[in-house]
Design a protein around this ligand. Structure first.
Ligand code: GLC
Length: 368
């Protein structure tokens, strides 16, 4: 569970991060068990629901139209999780690798694409993992109001088009094609392709990567979303879009500096989610400006692979933010004040970063 009070079920991308943290903390069996459980409610088509309600199967059943699991998905972090476990010498059962491959195939082959950009669409803001991101303000009458947005999120579930098993295929009322989700799909496909011999996976990832690259906007120094919000809120600068650097390392030198620049996304305790110059930036608000540990971790991985110097500051921000906030769900990027649930399991990713550092951070983080 991300948190046993606020989030007492299993969430897809959280569990992938947890598996990596378990591996780091020397608990390979728990890492494999948690990752394997991500696929408990997987469909024959490969689709993986984002919440697994095994502990209370009727919870939200009316909302999702079925018991036991939701009917939307989340960023497919299982590719990276499998690869991380394998890199650490953990034997990952072939059933997990096959399940991850099938889950990626569902997204590449069955999920609706945006016609003009070729990007994969998401059917609901929750699929991005960034529930209240300003990138979705287009669907909130162009300006954000948390009460109205709550209602819109509920209504958007009703227009999801599903297959016979209940897997979400498209949503004509949403149709967002976010670069962050697509960049993570490319990244996870390439990660999995490192541990399985599968040319088709690489081919699909390369094709989608080209579509992501085409969304680069030199004026904004980031990538903008496609779909109905392409000319509106899809251009709001959020740090998750910089994950497109995974597929475009040549851009890293230009844009990753912004993650530590206090006039852009820079913060003592990790990058802000929203660029500071955006009018909607709110440093303590949920998905409107605060620092998120799982994103800082991913940006740290991205910067390290690109050989970019910001990885040091990102790693420090994550470790210091996690310890200062009491391992919160997210925190204030400037003073590390805890926000959301506490403790939140994914903040244990700080242990992964700490172990790469040589300044006592690892010991402190493990104790916490
Ligand atoms: C919130 C986050 C989402 C996360 C979930 C459980 O809904 O927005 O990304 O998966 O909490 O932690």
């Amino acid at each position: 569970m991300p948190n046993d009070d606020v989030y007492p079920f299993q969430w897809l991308w959280d569990s992938c991060f947890h598996a990596i943290a378990w591996a780091e903390l020397g608990e390979p069996d728990r890492a494999v068990a948690e990752l394997s459980h991500v696929f408990r409610a997987q469909h024959d088509s490969g689709f993986v629901p984002h919440v697994n309600y095994e502990a209370h199967p009727t919870f939200h059943a009316e909302f999702w139209g079925r018991e036991g699991a939701s009917s939307i998905t989340q960023p497919p972090m299982y590719g990276h999780a499998v690869a991380e476990l394998v890199r650490r010498g953990i034997e990952v059962p072939s059933s997990i690798v096959r399940a991850a491959r099938a889950a990626l195939a569902f997204l590449f082959e069955q999920r609706a694409r945006d016609d003009s950009s070729g990007l994969v669409t998401i059917v609901h803001p929750w699929e991005s993992g960034a529930d209240d991101s300003p990138r979705w303000d287009h669907w909130c009458d162009g300006s954000f109001d948390s009460g109205r947005w709550y209602d819109v999120k509920g209504e958007l579930v009703e227009s999801i088009v599903r297959d016979r098993e209940g897997a979400a295929l498209a949503n004509p009322a949403f149709g967002a094609a976010p670069v962050a989700f697509n960049a993570l799909l490319v990244f996870n496909a390439r990660e999995l392709a490192e541990v399985v011999v599968d040319d088709s996976l690489r081919v699909e990832a390369d094709a989608l990567d080209s579509a992501v690259r085409a969304r680069y906007d030199s004026e904004l120094r980031t990538w903008s979303d496609a779909g109905p919000a392409a000319d509106t809120s899809g251009r709001v600068r959020t740090s998750d879009a910089l994950l497109a650097c995974f597929g475009a390392p040549e851009r890293a030198a230009t844009v990753l500096d912004d993650l530590v620049d206090r006039r852009a996304y820079g913060g003592r305790y990790g990058p802000t989610y929203v660029h500071r110059a955006e009018p909607v930036f709110a440093p303590r608000a949920y998905w409107r400006g605060a620092a998120w540990p799982q994103l800082t971790y991913l940006l740290w991985v991205c910067a390290r692979r690109a050989g970019h110097h910001v990885c040091d500051a990102l790693g420090r921000g994550l470790v210091d933010g996690a310890t200062r906030s009491g391992f919160a769900e997210y925190w204030d990027p400037d003073d590390g004040a805890p926000l959301g649930a506490r403790p939140q399991s994914w903040s244990a990713l700080a242990a992964v970063v700490a172990s790469e550092r040589d300044d006592g951070a690892a010991a402190t983080t493990r104790r916490c």
